[in-house]
Each structure stands twice: as C-alpha cells, then as structure tokens.
Write a protein that binds this ligand. Sequence first.
Ligand code: SF4
Length: 268
Amino acid sequence: MLQVRFHDWKRQIQWIIDGENYFWQTSENGFQFTDSNQPDIVLKCSRNNLNRIAEIKLSFFISIWATGDIQFQGSFADAFRLGYIFLSDKRKRKVIFLAHCFLNTNTRFPGGCAYDGATMPLIKTVLDCGVGIIQMPCPEYLCLGLEKYKYGEMAPEEMRKCFREKAEEVIKQIKDYLKFRFDILGVIGMNPSPSCGVEITKGKGTMLGIDRDTSEKEGPGVFIEELIKLLKEERIENIPIFGIRRILPGEEGIEERLEQIKTRLSQS
Ligand code: SF4
C-alpha cells in the first residue's frame, strides 16, 4: 500500500513526544527521518500514547479525531491520509458487489418481493461471513423508471447505453477497491433477471422490445453483459461473477441458495 498511500504526498511531519522533537519526511517509500524543521503537520503526544498506538491498543486516527490523545495541527486531508497509513480497526477488507434488489426489494417487478425490504437470509449470510456489501445500481429503475413504465418501450441501443453507463459506475468502484487492495469476492447478480441475471435470464427480448418470449434462457442479462464487457476492456480479471436466484412469494429453496453463497464466500 506504500505506493498508493504515499504517492504524490510530500509532507514534513513534526512529532513532539514528551517535549522532544522528531522530524519525518515522506517519500514514495514511506517515512524517513529528516533534519529539516519546517513541518506541514505537527503531532504531539506522550510516549505512553505512542507506545499504545504502536501496540495497536489505541487508534491513531481516533486519537486525533475524537479523544485528543494526539494533538494535531495540519489539514484534515492529511489527517485522513495518516489515519489510513496507521490503520488499526476491525475491517476485513473483503467486499462483494450485490444486485441492488437483494438489499432493496422495492425495485422488483410487480409480485416479485418475498421479503418486506431486503432478502434478509441472503444479506445475513453475507454479513455473517464478515463481508461488506456494495449495492450495485438498479439499472431498470434508473433507465426504465422506478415502476419500469418504459419496459420494452425504449430503443434497444438507447437502453443498452443507459445500462452501460450504470455498469461504468460499478467499474469505477471496482477499480477503487482494487487500487486499495481489497478482496473483491464476487459480483453477485440476480437470476433470472433480464438485466442482472448471470447464468439465466427471463424475458430479455421483452425488455429490449424485440420479442414476446418470457421463457428462461441461458446467458447473462443486459446489465451484466455490459459489466462483463467493461471488465474485459479494463483488463480486470479474476473477479467471480455469479447469480443467485431470486425468491418469489411462496417459493421454497432459499436454503440451497444460501449454501451456494456460503460455499463461494468461504472459498474466497
Ligand atoms: S434484478 Fe437488477 S434490474 Fe431487476 S430489480 Fe433487481 S437490481 Fe433492478
């Protein structure tokens, strides 16, 4: 992480530890001691608190942001930079990208919600694995309207372009998380959505306005297709993309789907 966190960040830092002065300067390789004494940032604390930070018993950032165990002079942008350099907290740095409507079932098609607000068993399973959930945008909501009144009415190229723009937002986030070396355990779509399905879609032609076939077909939905294309264009590899089948009211079989996700997440 040195190259990322110290990139283009030239600063001199003065530590005042129990009244004694120490000067650091930054480079692409981290911190070095320096004789210069024109600091951009001043950090003042006791040796005891410094030891507690080194032993990860005290959070560096909380010490300057909340508790005052370290007195800080400088910009808050630099405070954040230092906070991540001396990061100590519980985050596991593992994330998944999840189809929007698993977390917010309100964007589903009419009759498509078996849960009040979120697909709780699935969400709970992911959270119990210590994995952060990044909710992808709902392309049908954003391109066809919240109640999808443009379904099948938009020109296919126009609709695809809109879906691609939403997929670009996901790619931007994927790149950010990769840049900061997070583990992206997967992109999880929703089978058999014509947009977010991965292995199966249903009624893709009806959404594109090219046929009236509502049977299930193999292959990805339009949003996932665009996402896969963008990943290839950006040469981003090794991110598993898979679908979990949605649950309809009265349907059974959630356990099997949860086992599937548990296995996937525990293998990662
Ligand atoms: S499957 Fe995708 S497009 Fe359909 S409601 Fe869910 S998030 Fe929106």
